[in-house]
Design a protein around this ligand. Structure first.
Ligand code: OXD
Ligand code: MN
Length: 608
C-alpha cells in the first residue's frame, strides 16, 4: 500500500502521463477512447483504478493532503471525512442538463435538447486541455452485481479524486468491472472534469445513441458520479426501452411479515422525498415481528423474468443520501450507518469536530458547511442538500439478496410525492394502465436536490422528470407495452406521507409508521386487506389501516383516507392538460384512462 501511495504521489508531481500507465486494457475500443481523451484534455498522468480498499485509502490520503477532505472526529466517526464543495456547486443542475438526439422530439418536452453535433462542439471546447496540471483517473464500473445478466457497465474518466472515492463507495468499480467490460466489449462512456467550477461553464450532456455522457464544471454527486443519474437513469432508460426493461428512480425494499412472508416493493418518489428513509425503515415497537431489508434507496432496474414476473436489481452498491433530518427517530439505521466509513459533503461541524446537521438531536454546530464560524444569520449550519456517501454494506439492514444476479421479485410498485393537500395517504390503481396514469400524474413540491426554487408543486411523472433520457410520451408507451408482456403484473399504488392540516402540521406521523401503509399494500397484493372503490382507485377504509398503538384521531384518519371529489376533478383536468402537452406522441390508452376517470369524477352520484 505504501508503494502505491508513493506511486500516486509521484504521479501527482506531474510525471508525463505516457510514462505512467499502471494498467491498460486489451479492449482496443476502450484504450483508444482513453488515449483520445488524454490527447484532448492533456492530463499530467493517468491512473487506471483497480477498486481495491488500499487504493481508496490512498485517494483519501491524497485528498486530506490537498485539502479536498478534512478529517472528522475519528473516535466518534472512524474513517469519516468531510468535503466542502464550492458553494455554487451543491445540487443537480437540471437547467444545464441536456439530452442530445438527432431529433428534438426524441428528447421530448421533458428534456433540454441539443443536436449531438452542437452538444459535442459546445462541451468539447470546454474539455480542451482542462486536465493540464491534473491527473486523469479511469474508472471501470459495473452497475448491478458483476455476475448479473441485468447489469450494465461503464467507464468514467474524471480528474476528480473525490469522484473516484465516491464511485468506489457507490458502484462495483475496478478490476472485476474491467474484466466484464473486456469480455462484453461494450460500455457506457462517461467523461467528467470539474473544469473551473464556473456555473457559466457547467454542462451535463447525454448522447443516448452513442451511449455516452460528458459532464464538466461540477463535482456534485448527481452531476459528477456518472454511474448514478446520468448512466443508471438517463442512458439506461433509453437502453431499457430498446431492450424491453425499465430503468426507474425507485427504491427497492423487502418487507418481512411476522409470519415470515417477504414481499419486495419498488417505490418511486422525487428527490429528497424520503426514499432512503423508507428503504431503511425501522419497524416501530408497536408492530412487533416485522423486518425490513434494503435492496436499494434510489434506482431500480426492472426486468421481466422467464416466468413473466417482474424482477428488480439495484444498479448501485452505496448511498448518496440527504443528511439533514437523519436522527435516531427518523432513521436509526442510517444514523448508525453514517457513524463510520462515510464521506460527508457540506455538513456543519461541532467544537469536537463531529459532523452536524439540522435535525441531528445532539451537538451544537460551531462551523457551517462553508467552513465559517456558524452564525444563524447566514442560514442553516449544514446545507439542506448536504449528503453522505457510504457503501451499502454499512447498512445494518442490507438485504442478503442485494447481490443476487437474478434480483428480487416485485409485488408492488408505489408512486408518491410530497403534497401538502389533496393526495390521500394511499390508494391502489385499478389496473396496470390506470397505474401508468397514476405514475404519469405524480406531482411533488420541489426540493433542494436541484438548483432552483424549493417547495413549488411540479409534475414529476414516475419521479423521473429530471432523469428520463427520452420523450416522456414514448416512455409512457413503453410502460404500457411493458405491462402487456408481464404475465404476473404487480399492483400499482400511490402514497403521500406529507399531508398537512391548515396549521401546517403533518397529518400522518411518517417514518417507521409508514410500515402500516406498506402492510396494507402487501395485504392488498395477497388479496387480504379491505378497501372501497372510488373513481381515483381503491382506497382503504379507515379500519383497514392498522392503527394499533398509534395516536391518531378518527377525523384525521378519515381525512387521510378520503378524497375531495371536486379537488380531484380539477387535478384530473390538470393532469389531462399536462399529458396533452406531449402532443401526438401521447399514447391513446393513457388519454383514455384520464378521460374515464375525469368523466367518473364529474358524475354527481359519487361520494368519497
Ligand atoms: C438524488 C437525487 O441524489 O434524486 O438521488 O437528486
Ligand atoms: Mn434520487
Amino acid at each position: 500500500m505504501r508503494h502505491l501511495l508513493v506511486t500516486l504521489e509521484t504521479v501527482y508531481k506531474k510525471r508525463p502521463f505516457t510514462e505512467n500507465i499502471p494498467m491498460t486494457t486489451k479492449l482496443s475500443a476502450l484504450q483508444s477512447w482513453v488515449d483520445q481523451v488524454a490527447d484532448h484534455t492533456q492530463p499530467d498522468a493517468i491512473h487506471w483504478c483497480t477498486g481495491t480498499d488500499d487504493e481508496y485509502q490512498e485517494f483519501i490520503e491524497i485528498m486530506l493532503s490537498d485539502g479536498t477532505l478534512t478529517t472528522l472526529n475519528q473516535e466518534q466517526y472512524p474513517n469519516c471525512y468531510l468535503h466542502r464543495s464550492d458553494p455554487s456547486d451543491v445540487a443537480r443542475v437540471e437547467h444545464l442538463t441536456f439530452v442530445c438526439t438527432d431529433e428534438a422530439e426524441d428528447a421530448g418536452p421533458n428534456n433540454n435538447w441539443m443536436s449531438p453535433a452542437d452538444g459535442h462542439a459546445k462541451i468539447d471546447a470546454l474539455f480542451d486541455g482542462c486536465m493540464k496540471g491534473r491527473m486523469m483517473f479511469v474508472i471501470p464500473y459495473c452497475m448491478g452485481p458483476i455476475g448479473s445478466p441485468y447489469s450494465r457497465c461503464g467507464v468514467e474518466i474524471t480528474d476528480s479524486p473525490y469522484v473516484v472515492a465516491n464511485m468506489k463507495l457507490m458502484t462495483r468499480m475496478g478490476s472485476d468491472a474491467l474484466e466484464r467490460i473486456e469480455n462484453e466489449g461494450t460500455f457506457v462512456r462517461g467523461l467528467h472534469s470539474t473544469g473551473d467550477l464556473d456555473p457559466e461553464r457547467r454542462f451535463i450532456m447525454h448522447f443516448p445513441d452513442e451511449l455516452s455522457i460528458k459532464s464538466i464544471g461540477s463535482g456534485y454527486g448527481g452531476n459528477a458520479l456518472l454511474g448514478k443519474k446520468c448512466h443508471a437513469l438517463r442512458i439506461a432508460s433509453h437502453q431499457a426501452r430498446q431492450e424491453g426493461w425499465l430503468a426507474e428512480h425507485m427504491l427497492i425494499v423487502g418487507l418481512e411479515s411476522p409470519a415470515g412472508a417477504v414481499h419486495y416493493v419498488a417505490c418511486a418518489f422525487p428527490s429528497a422525498c424520503g426514499k432512503t428513509n423508507l428503504a431503511m425503515l425501522v419497524p416501530p415497537d408497536s408492530l412487533p415481528g416485522w423486518k425490513v431489508w434494503t435492496l436499494g434507496d434510489d434506482i431500480a432496474w426492472l426486468h421481466p423474468d422467464e416466468g413473466g414476473k417482474l424482477r428488480a436489481i439495484n444498479p448501485e452498491s452505496g448511498y448518496f443520501g440527504v443528511v439533514p433530518g437523519t436522527n435516531e427517530t427518523t432513521n436509526k439505521n442510517a444514523y448508525d450507518m453514517i457513524m463510520h466509513d462515510t464521506i460527508f459533503t457540506n455538513v456543519a461541524t461541532t467544537e469536537d469536530n463531529e459532523p452536524w446537521w439540522e435535525g441531528k438531536k445532539d451537538g451544537t454546530p460551531t462551523t457551517d458547511w462553508q467552513g465559517r464560524a456558524f452564525d444563524s444569520a447566514n442560514g442553516k449550519a449544514a446545507h439542506p442538500n448536504s449528503r453522505f456517501t457510504v457503501a451499502a454494506t454499512n447498512n445494518p439492514c442490507y438485504s442478503s439478496l442485494a447481490d443476487a444476479p437474478e434480483g428480487v421479485p416485485i409485488s408492488a410498485i408505489v408512486f408518491g410525492g410530497r403534497r401538502k393537500q389533496l393526495a390521500p395517504l394511499v390508494y391502489e390503481a385499478k389496473s396496470w394502465k390506470h397505474g401508468v396514469l397514476v405514475g404519469a400524474g405524480v406531482a411533488s413540491e420541489t426540493t433542494s436536490a436541484n438548483v432552483g426554487e424549493v417547495g413549488v408543486i411540479r409534475r414529476d411523472p414516475m419521479a423521473m422528470k429530471p432523469f428520463c433520457g427520452y420523450n416522456f410520451a414514448d416512455y409512457w408507451s413503453h410502460w404500457l407495452a411493458f405491462g402487456e408482456r408481464l404475465e404476473h403484473l404487480p399492483k400499482i399504488f400511490h402514497v403521500n406521507w406529507f399531508r398537512q392540516n391548515d396549521e401546517g402540521e403533518f397529518l400522518w406521523p411518517g417514518f417507521g409508521e409508514n410500515l402500516r401503509v406498506l402492510e396494507w399494500i402487501i395485504e392488498r397484493c395477497e388479496g387480504r386487506a379491505g378497501a372501497h372503490e372510488s373513481p381515483i382507485g381503491f382506497l382503504p377504509n379507515p379500519e383497514d389501516i392498522n392503527t394499533t398503538d398509534l395516536d391518531i384521531s378518527p377525523q384525521v384518519l378519515e381525512a387521510l383516507t378520503s378524497v375531495d371529489r371536486e379537488q380531484w376533478r380539477i387535478e384530473m383536468e390538470s393532469v389531462g392538460e399536462y399529458l396533452e402537452s406531449y402532443g401526438d406522441r401521447l399514447p391513446d390508452a393513457l388519454r383514455q384512462q384520464q378521460q374515464t376517470i375525469a368523466a367518473e369524477l364529474s358524475k354527481s352520484t359519487y361520494k368519497s
